[in-house]
Design a binder for this molecule. Structure first.
Ligand SMILES: NC(=O)c1ccc[n+]([C@@H]2O[C@H](COP(=O)([O-])OP(=O)(O)OC[C@H]3O[C@@H](n4cnc5c(N)ncnc54)[C@H](O)[C@@H]3O)[C@@H](O)[C@H]2O)c1
Length: 384
């Protein structure tokens, strides 16, 4: 693959992971420039990571030596900045959420088609070692026919750790837009498209106390629901119970568990790239029917860890989706985090929020086929 010159837009928290991981793991990508509305943030990053150019956002968009611009600004800025990046004729990789509504996502993607630029969007974690291994085992039939999934993000809001938590309590973020995309893209990659959605919402913590950043010590009122419990029916008939929350201090609910006719497949966290799948096979359960031994009883209690089938570059890693987009541009194929997946994930997140407010079932308008799997054993930075 040829070298791709990458421009980073937004030099905040997650840009540190993107830049460090790309520089360390993905040698075909060169971080050539970085920009921020705060010039000192761009300058500090250029110095820290040895990036050749620190500039203003407008200068970044005008730099036609850049192949891809990676939008790492807070969620409320994504739709407008994505339009500007596309208008400037640059290929785009955007952090999640792409847009708050299907309509807005479609408008931006139509513009990209019109301008002939390619677009990818996080999450890219479904491409990584752990979730691709999950997919391999699932497709191989390790748990038979799947029929039920539970996907749970049971965390507290970002106000205890993020330096700028306010954008996460707007119509552009919240648990469904900021966190659910990890789970939705994993579900779609593993089990195919979603058919319909029913959801309920709650707001146990309407007043959020801010612990970090310039507003530390103040309270804000959340204008959005901060907890959602949803049921999704996949086109395949698989039923998914999904809970996405900014209100849970601690829970033992699994992050992702798929139940099938022959057992259960479990994954530690779709937000992370690496992670060993675990399986529980029906034979473990049935073993004690035939032998009442201590060993059989012990075996009946436990999940068994399965090996990851790809190199795990890091437990918590970013940048793989940028590389996959570059590889797609280079080889003239569609990228796996592109239009169809973006629209389907955006609509699913909107569907949950809509159903929670209207109290009605939501039937999905968009669909998307499962992004192509990555063949087991290939290098972490190769896709075919
Ligand atoms: N923080 C995380 O752990 C994390 C993890 C995964 C994904 N993300 C996603 O990454 C994105 C960025 O998150 P973050 O935590 O790095 O945010 P952040 O607030 O730490 O950083 C955002 C940066 O963008 C800059 N910025 C704001 N408006 C801008 C504009 N109009 N033009 C140029 N720069 C602008 C800010 O000055 C800031 O430096 C979000 O979409 C978030 O959901 C964050």
């Amino acid at each position: 693959m040829r070298q791709f010159r990458i421009g980073i837009l937004g030099c905040g928290v997650i840009s540190n992971t993107y830049i460090a991981d790309i520089q360390r793991f993905y040698k075909d990508l060169q971080i050539a420039a970085c920009a921020d509305v705060l010039p000192e943030a761009a300058r500090a990053h250029a110095e820290k990571y040895g990036i050749e150019k620190a500039c203003t956002p407008d200068e970044l968009l005008a730099d036609d030596s850049l192949d891809i611009i990676v939008n790492l600004t807070p969620p409320p800025f994504h739709p407008a900045l994505n339009r500007k990046i596309i208008e400037a004729g640059r290929n785009l990789f955007c952090e999640k959420p792409f847009a708050p509504t299907l309509k807005e996502a479609k408008e931006v993607l139509d513009l990209a088609d019109e301008k002939g630029v390619m677009v990818g969007c996080a999450p890219d974690t479904f491409l990584s070692s752990g979730l691709q291994s999950m997919r391999f085992y699932l497709d191989a039939g390790i748990i038979g026919e799947p029929f039920f999934v539970t996907a749970n993000m049971t965390d507290f809001g970002v106000e205890t750790w993020h330096p700028n938590p306010l954008p996460y309590y707007t119509e552009y973020a919240g648990p469904m837009l900021d966190m659910a995309p990890y789970y939705l893209s994993a579900l779609i990659s593993l089990l195919g498209p979603i058919e319909s959605v029913a959801a309920f919402g709650a707001m146990p913590g309407k007043i959020r106390h801010i612990y970090t950043g310039p507003k530390a010590g103040t309270d804000i009122e959340s204008p959005i629901l901060t907890h959602y419990s949803a049921v999704l029916r996949m086109k395949s008939g698989v039923i998914c119970s999904m809970n996405m929350s900014f209100d849970i201090y601690k829970s033992d609910l699994p992050a992702l568990e798929i139940c099938g006719s022959g057992g259960t497949l479990s994954y530690p966290d779709p937000n992370y790239g690496g992670g060993c799948p675990k399986v529980y096979r029906k034979e473990q359960y049935l073993g004690t029917v035939y032998q009442q031994t201590e060993e059989a009883r012990k075996r009946r209690e436990q999940f068994c860890e399965l090996p990851e089938l790809y190199a795990r570059v890091k437990d918590y890693s970013r940048g793989l989706g940028v590389l996959e987009l570059a590889d797609a541009i280079d080889t003239g194929r569609k990228n796996r985090t592109g239009r169809d997946l973006i629209l389907h994930v955006t609509e699913a997140a909107e569907a949950v929020r809509t159903s929670a407010v209207t109290g009605e079932f939501y039937r999905m308008q968009t669909s998307c086929s499962r992004p192509d799997p990555i063949p087991p054993g290939v290098q972490a930075d190769r896709f075919c």
